[in-house]
Write a protein that binds this ligand. Structure first.
Ligand SMILES: Cc1cc2nc3c(=O)[nH]c(=O)nc-3n(C[C@H](O)[C@H](O)[C@H](O)COP(=O)(O)O)c2cc1C
Length: 199
């Protein structure tokens, strides 16, 4: 069975929703799936006035948090981070920074990688977040598997770099059909290419 790890950071829950959608699609594609959140680095008291952040924290804090071994285990990895100032969030970056030892041993290489993000606005930096993240994956020696426009449905969500959700000013958590379809397509594609690499 192809092994797919979905490793993400989420503060207010959009990334959690996207990770769950990817996990369902990965399992439907025949993969063994591990979903791992990157643990919150902030004191919960500092976001106690943000109900969505507190709810996501409570819902995920007792689940197993991501470690480098989850990447070593996997044939394919899909990373996720919110867009913050046009880049990945600092807890996500801290997780990447913890991987130096595995990188030095070559244990992050030769796997299939892709990524997802969300942001409040359509042109608020989703593409820079994803392409910036892919720069680090090149340092891993990862095999990038961006969705491109490899299926007609990509012309609906319109992001060839990965999959992205726009929350809008209302902080909409529900994913639209185009985003759901794009997440399903990306999961299937990573599982397929990861299976070929692992064979
Ligand atoms: C510090 C900070 C910086 C942000 N920067 C951006 C940004 O550059 N562009 C944007 O459109 N949204 C930005 N946002 C909004 C988040 O990207 C958005 O709420 C995202 O969906 C959060 O994902 P999550 O619910 O998985 O944490 C920012 C939010 C925070 C807290």
């Amino acid at each position: 069975m192809t092994k797919l790890a979905i490793i993400y950071y989420s503060s207010t829950g959009h990334g959690t929703t996207m990770a769950q959608e990817l996990a369902s699609a990965g399992e439907a594609a025949g993969a063994e799936v591990r979903v791992r959140h990157i643990a919150e680095t902030r004191d919960p008291e500092t976001f106690a006035d943000n109900p969505a952040w507190s709810a996501n924290y409570e819902a995920t804090k007792d689940l197993p948090a991501a470690t480098g071994d989850d990447i070593v285990w996997a044939d394919g990895v899909i990373f996720g981070s919110p867009t913050r100032f046009g880049s990945t969030a600092s807890p996500f970056q801290t997780f990447l920074d913890s991987l130096g030892g595995l990188w030095a041993q070559g244990k992050l290489a030769d796997k299939a990688y892709a990524a997802f993000t969300s942001s409040q606005t359509a042109h608020g930096g989703q593409e820079t977040t994803l392409t910036g993240l892919y720069t680090s994956l090149m340092h891993f020696g990862g095999v990038l598997v961006p969705p491109g426009y490899t299926d007609g449905l990509k012309f609906a969500d319109g992001n060839p770099y990965g999959v992205s959700h726009v929350t809008g000013p209302e902080n909409q958590n529900e994913l639209d059909d185009a985003t759901k379809a794009a997440l399903g397509h990306m999961a299937q594609r990573v599982v397929r290419i990861a299976g070929l690499l692992a064979a």
